[in-house]
Design a protein around this ligand. Structure first.
Ligand SMILES: NCc1[nH]cc(CCC(=O)O)c1CC(=O)O
Length: 304
């Protein structure tokens, strides 16, 4: 039996807190616990504090996880909730992903214009994601990309005051914040999402068998497999948060369909492939094929 209450660590942004409440609700429903069996503990991360530079420049995804990792290892929390999109592919051995919630809408939404075609020549698009910038420039080399950081609310406010003509945000985050009224979803064939977009994960101390078991009750296996596959591709590419990579795995008839795309930052070179895999680890062979086929300037962006 697991000792209650469980302390669930999270970033303090409105989206992170919403996701923490989703995890709490799922755990309490699965085990018949009262709401106060899970205490939400907001932890401030470097990623939340640094707002003026692209994360890729200042230390990458670890900025979102470092403080929560430490709190977990120091036992000041028992669980940590993350947007899996923001979690590095290699995790500390002391930490295990115990559950992934059912995936939300994986698409990006375009906000500020009904479609890309509707945006004028030279339109300014705000984003800080290398993937989104590269995909936008591939489609529309005339776009001017400006750095847009901060949480979802901040980015919408920047758009509101005219810092850009349009921006892209994950449908999943907007929906969770009750803002799915803004923008329009972009089909995945037009814009393949980031690896693990739309998936929320729960991490625990690897040695904490009782907590790990309790949390595994809320794991959604198909989402977990998809996230594993997309993260295995990232790992095999030697990609980090600076690398423009898109990937989407879907479970189809016992197999895993993996679509993947790599691009140069200016979108001038890109390679898209898809494969049906028997297991998540097989993503490594698709990654190897892609690197073998990629022209040198594209291949050189990856460390593999
Ligand atoms: N990089 C920030 C981030 N991390 C996860 C989400 C959205 C939620 C999700 O993908 O699960 C967002 C915001 C965005 O990209 O619009």
């Amino acid at each position: 039996m697991v000792a209650l209450p469980l302390r669930l660590g999270t970033r303090g942004s409105p989206l992170a807190l919403t996701q923490a409440r989703m995890v709490r609700a799922a755990l309490c429903a699965a085990h018949g616990w009262p709401d106060d069996a899970v205490i939400i503990v907001p932890v401030s991360t470097s990623g939340d504090r640094i707002q003026d530079r692209a994360l890729a420049e200042v230390g990458g995804k670890a900025l979102w996880t470092k403080e929560l990792d430490r709190a977990l290892c120091e036992r000041s929390i028992d669980l940590a909730v993350h947007s899996m999109k923001d979690v590095e592919t290699v995790r500390p051995v002391e930490i295990a992903i115990a559950a992934v919630l059912p995936r939300a809408d994986v698409r990006d939404r375009l906000i500020g214009a009904p479609s890309f075609d509707a945006l004028r020549k030279g339109a300014v698009v705000g984003t800080s994601a290398p993937r989104r910038a590269a995909q936008l420039l591939r489609m529309r080399p005339d776009f001017r990309i400006v750095l847009f950081r901060g949480n979802v609310g901040t980015r919408l406010a920047k758009l509101e005051v005219g810092e850009a003509d349009a921006t892209l945000l994950a449908a999943a985050g907007l929906e969770r914040l009750g803002r799915d009224d803004v923008g329009s979803p972009i089909p995945v064939d037009m814009m393949l999402p980031a690896p693990a977009q739309g998936a929320v994960g729960v991490e625990v101390r690897a040695e904490d068998a009782a907590v790990r078991d309790a949390v595994s009750a809320i794991n959604h296996h198909p989402t977990r497999q998809a996230v594993r596959t997309e993260r295995a591709l990232l790992y095999a590419l030697g990609a980090d948060c600076r690398s423009p990579v898109a990937a989407l795995a879907t479970m189809e008839g016992g197999g895993i369909r993996l679509r993947a795309e790599i691009l140069t930052n200016d979108g001038s070179l890109h390679l898209a492939r898809e494969a049906t895999l028997a297991a998540p680890e097989d993503a490594a062979s698709l990654a190897a094929d892609m690197l073998a086929e990629a022209p040198a300037p594209l291949r050189s962006l990856f460390a593999a």
